[in-house]
Design a binder for this molecule. Structure first.
Ligand code: NAD
Length: 348
């Protein structure tokens, strides 16, 4: 009898192409580089200097052509970190090459584009996950568990905010409302997805803001009230007119209140007077343990390997975009809107 120990099987490394080497591309490439069972093999960005710099940092090859990176033989999955208007194109390209897709939020500018992406991935037999990272923050995930456990009973009222500096000062595409959906599709979508996760479908919204005013190209702000089918109401505030970045949420129910505020929960504050090629920034972090960005990619890798449902599927991303579009419509017309019926998520 052999006394040799059988080594546990090591899963083959998942090889990623990171498409877009701007802010989020850099975050995702750095996260993947910390995993023992994954690697970035390609980085693509139309800006040659950006793709080369990031590729060097993570030991990957650089290209200015997303087609070259997505089609490369040593790529199993792609991370799409491009301006929103390009998410559909890049996803369809990846699906056509048989590559799994992790796509940044919002999934797309419109629910129709989102559906086309879902269909392309389904047809190709590849997986599609949307980077709704807030669900991977400890605080927001814990709130979900507390709500599901009935800790504050029936939730009645929520106030949630996400306030940032004018991001269009660092990347002009954020100001292109028509193609990318402005602050509601880009920033408020975090609260929209999270609150849908907590409470389900939204039956009525009413919104105000700067989005359809002359301020919009340089500053944006939106405030929306939402009534959920389960009876809960929420007031959501989002800004690209502040300094720094902070989020907060307060939920009150029959038996009590749950509160979180990022500026009191952070253990580390980094204040940059001027970021390279961008705007001054105040970033509050909790650097201990895995970051939510590492956690969401870990989720992607594990669920691809085991062929099990994603927490943030294409359908979930589409529902959040449909809600964002209803809020934009309310802001544009000055009238309440009733979001399109929310499709029951199928978790693929
Ligand atoms: N989850 C989050 O916390 C979070 C935060 C910020 C942004 N985002 C999302 O991530 C996505 C990217 O945002 P960002 O802040 O990284 O933007 P960014 O402007 O910093 O980076 C986008 C990059 O895409 C490149 N690019 C543009 N067209 C291209 C093309 N045709 N081929 C290859 N590269 C191209 C640009 O040169 C740029 O480097 C957006 O969908 C945004 O909504 C998510």
């Amino acid at each position: 009898m052999s006394n040799q120990k059988t080594r546990p099987e090591r899963a083959a490394s998942i090889r990623f192409a990171v498409i877009g080497a701007g802010g989020m591309g850099a975050v995702h490439a750095a996260s993947i580089a910390t995993f023992a069972d994954a690697a970035v093999t390609w980085v693509a960005d139309v800006d040659d200097a950006r793709s080369s710099r990031l590729a060097t940092q993570v030991g990957a090859r650089a290209t200015t052509s997303m087609e070259e990176a997505v089609g490369a033989g040593d790529v199993d999955a792609v991370v799409i970190a491009l301006p929103t208007s390009l998410h559909r194109l890049a996803t369809e390209l990846a699906a056509a090459h048989g590559k799994h897709v992790f796509c940044e939020k919002p999934v797309a500018r419109t629910p129709d584009d989102a559906q086309a992406m879902i269909d392309a991935c389904t047809r190709a037999g590849v997986r599609l996950m949307i980077g709704h990272v807030v669900r991977f923050f400890d605080e927001y995930a814990t709130i979900k568990r507390l709500l599901d456990a009935g800790t504050i009973g029936q939730p009645g009222m929520v106030r949630a905010s996400r306030l940032n500096a004018p991001v269009m000062a660092r990347s002009a595409w954020f100001a292109d409302l028509e193609r990318n959906g402005g602050i509601v599709c880009d920033l408020m979508i975090h609260e929209l997805d999270t609150l849908r996760w907590y409470f389900g479908a939204v039956e009525r919204v009413f919104a105000h803001g700067l989005t359809y005013t002359p301020y919009q190209p340089t500053r944006d702000y939106a405030m929306a009230s939402l009534r959920f089918r389960n009876g809960a109401t929420a007031l959501v505030e989002t800004s690209w007119a502040h300094t720094g970045f902070r989020t907060a949420i307060e939920l009150s129910g029959q038996y009590g209140i749950i509160r979180h505020a990022s500026d009191t929960a952070a253990t580390l504050t980094v204040e940059r007077t001027a970021a390279e090629g961008g705007i001054p920034a105040v970033v509050r972090q909790r650097p201990l343990g895995e970051s939510p960005y590492q956690r969401e990619l870990r989720h992607f890798i594990d669920r691809v390997r085991t062929d099990t449902p994603f927490l943030t599927s294409g359908d979930e991303g589409k529902a959040a975009v449909a809600l964002a579009c209803a809020i934009l419509e309310s802001m544009r017309t000055g009238r309440p809107t009733h979001p399109e019926p929310v499709v029951t998520p199928v978790h693929r």
